[in-house]
Design a protein around this ligand. Sequence first.
Ligand code: ATP
Length: 236
Amino acid sequence: MALLSIKDLQVAYGEVTALHDVSLEVDEGELVAILGANGAGKTTLLRCISGLLRPRSGEIRLKGESIANLPVHEIVRRGLTHVPEGRGLMAELTVMENLRLGMYLKGPRRLQSELARVLELFPVLRERAGQPAGMLSGGEQQMLAIARSLVAQPSLLMVDELSLGLAPKITSDLMKLLSRIHEEGVTVVMVEQNAHQALKYATRVYVLANGRTALSGTARELADDPKMLNAYLGKD
Ligand code: ATP
């Protein structure tokens, strides 16, 4: 059974249909990239999966159970967390306070061991623990947003536009960290504009165009056919 299964998902903003019949599956242990040009519907898809938007129709199943109408905190409790586009940090709260927000659904006993594990992965956050999140660099803020999602111990982590506003070297370092998180057993879905970086680490890829799944395949298949990929990404 797929870890995440989406069938015929339709989402609209008033009269504007943003997703038309999108279907996709993510198996446990995969790192799936969702690519697409601006406005293709990638962010809408993630917001709908994590319960921030309600679909007009279609199914969203996590471990076989429907989550389409559950509140966000219940979806998090079932093991799905979301690093939103723009990171969604509390700028005035400290790094540690932001991390504690990610842990509010877990008991205090879990807290210390999870925190230690995440701070080992992102040592810079330990150094900056008492600073307001808004004082961190863009790359550090993205680390904090990922760390906050990880302390909730997800089985599925969704990351929207890891590379947004970051220099190529920082993006590349963060991609490596995400890949390590994946190797340590977390299934990952990432939305990316940066197809080149995403194809390096993804196992499988879906390409959205105008709210539909235009193309899917293994990262190897898509990397071998850049013309096809670029056509859907709106590049030459
Ligand atoms: P980007 O990379 O620019 O974030 P995207 O692939 O994530 O693009 P979405 O943000 O999901 O795309 O947008 C999909 C479509 O839905 C677009 O046509 C967009 O204009 C529209 N849309 C997104 N958010 C809203 C909203 N709050 N109200 C109305 N229309 C919206």
